[in-house]
Design a protein around this ligand. Structure first.
Ligand code: MSP
Length: 488
């Protein structure tokens, strides 16, 4: 019998977007960040599960469906489909797409509620609620904002109702300890500090249900048909219902998640409430929470009312999917907010993709054809130190990881300029030309390998061109230049 090695499991999640609107370029960032980690882990032999999905319950969705004039499930099916299509559009290697309206999720959510029973009690909530945020708003925040949510520009609802509470307060110390000792790593530090600050004040118990007569679109509270689960409480559960909590082998294999990725506006839910729920379930916390920033458009928030919504399809259709992946991952600071404008995008496309990467590839191919009839010869592995690149990926610094790759791209172009294979060829030393070209190819193959989690199609193309030892012709150039001027 041969020895069997089991690959290490690696579970990555994105947040699950609401279906009250359609995806835009900003939402794409999170999917791509998750995809890079998934592809990278797979290429290192890990057994990866990448999950994403849609968050479909709550008052906000119920309202939207009503406005559309459709039954709410029909509305949900339609919009969820648009989100499901986003992944394949940007070449995201999703393994599982969960909808919170999946019967499996709903049934398992009820099991989770029951498993948390010891931490749940009935109480009276008297205070503010923002349907846009789907959040209970503390008195002090409501006061600070003069009763109007600054994000959704709508007045908070004053509610007074009986509902269920979760004893989150009892977990503040344990969550803090796990963040401090690094067993629950929150990155970047700015976000970690914000969370620690909130925890230091002490978490309050949270309301986790709503009366059915006010919001009917949700998962029923087990044993009480007058209440439905508060949408956030229920949506967070997707991270384990997607694995088949509690009994499925996948749950045993993949939990705790290696990395959970969310935007800065929802870090509190993921760094405080979700860990509290997990501790209540006596489950380990995720190993890491990566909190990314927001993509703006020309310095402004992306919003329908500002009319600056760019759908990723617009970029993909014109420039190809890898150009979009490259721009978002390289030109969004991984630990801060990023900015998209067509001008900035096109500058990056023309200068970095067409001129730097594209040129290195096409010059190498042209010289191999001209001087060696397409034969490449022995390819030795170059001796570049890639430790920094790997460290940046481990820290979710995708911008810096790509900068590391680009140093090699630039280094290679400089090498070609300095070595001048055409001058060597003119002098007749074809043996030396062969060595130089083989070295250039080995650098390109190394670059292709480093690019593969970021720009998988480009990486495959470069590899296919050179790795057999005989140049394989491909159609067209990698990144044809676009001359028509950018809009903004
Ligand atoms: N439904 C909740 C998440 C529940 S997770 C259990 C939600 N949905 S959302 O649609 O509002 O946001 C989904 C993700 O997209 C969040 O991580 C959010 O931060 C992110 N983004 C929304 N707008 C964005 C940008 N402009 N730029 C980058 N990410 C953005 O919150």
């Amino acid at each position: 019998m041969s020895a069997k090695t089991t690959a290490k499991s690696y579970f990555i999640t994105t947040s699950i977007p609401y279906i009250n609107g359609e995806p835009h370029i900003g939402h794409t960032y999170e999917l791509l960040a998750a995809d890079v980690l998934a592809r990278y882990a797979r290429s290192h032999g890990q057994d990866v599960l990448l999950s994403t999905g849609t968050d479909e319950h709550g008052g906000k969705i119920q309202e939207k469906a009503k406005q559309s004039g459709k039954p709410v499930k029909e509305y949900a099916d339609e919009i969820s489909k648009k989100w499901r299509e986003l992944g394949p559009l940007v070449n995201m290697s999703t393994d599982r797409f969960i909808r919170t309206t999946d019967p499996g999720h709903e049934q398992r959510a009820a099991l989770i509620w029951q498993a948390l029973q010891a931490d749940i009690y009935k109480g009276k909530y008297s205070g503010w609620y923002c349907t846009g945020c789907e959040a209970f708003v503390p008195e002090a925040t409501a006061k600070e904002n003069n009763g109007v949510c600054p994000i959704h520009e709508r007045a908070y609802d004053k509610i007074e109702e009986e509902n269920y509470f979760f004893k989150l307060s009892k977990y503040s110390a344990e969550i803090t300890a796990k963040i401090m000792d690094g067993s629950f790593r929150v990155i970047p530090d700015t976000r970690r500090n914000e969370v620690l600050h909130v925890l230091k004040e002490g978490l309050e118990d949270i309301s986790i249900s709503r009366p059915k007569d006010k919001i009917s679109w949700g998962v029923p509270v087990p044993g009480d048909d007058t209440q439905i689960m508060y949408v956030w409480f229920e949506a967070l559960m997707n991270y384990i219902t997607v694995l088949g909590y509690p009994e499925h082998a996948d749950f045993k294999k993949f939990w705790p998640a290696n990395v959970q990725i969310v935007g800065k506006d929802i870090s509190r839910f993921h760094a405080a409430i979700w860990p509290g729920m997990l501790l209540g379930l006596k489950l380990p916390l995720p190993k890491m929470l990566y909190v990314h920033g927001f993509i703006n458009f020309g310095g402004q928030k992306i919003s329908k009312s500002l009319g600056n919504v760019v759908h990723p399809r617009e970029v993909v259709d014109k420039y190809g999917v890898d150009a979009l992946r490259y721009y978002l991952l390289r030109h969004t600071p991984s630990y801060e907010d990023g900015d998209f404008t067509w001008k900035r995008f096109e500058a990056a496309y023309n200068n970095e993709l067409a001129n730097e990467l594209g040129n290195a590839v096409s010059r190498a191919a042209a010289m191999i054809t001209k001087y060696q009839n397409g034969l490449i010869g022995d390819i030795a592995k170059p001796e570049h130190d890639s430790a920094q690149y790997h460290k940046e990926i481990a820290d979710c610094r995708f911008d810096r990881a790509l900068e590391e790759v680009w140093q090699q791209v630039r280094g290679l172009n400089q090498y070609i300029e300095e070595e001048k294979p055409w001058v060597i060829a003119a002098g007749g030393d074809m043996g030396h030309v062969g060595e130089v070209l083989a070295y250039i190819v080995s650098c390109l193959l190394e670059i292709a390998e480093m690019l593969s989690p970021f720009m998988p199609a480009t990486s495959d193309k470069i590899t296919a061109m050179f790795d057999s030892g005989v140049l394989q012709k491909t159609e067209g150039t990698l990144f044809p230049k676009h001359e028509d001027p950018a809009k903004v």
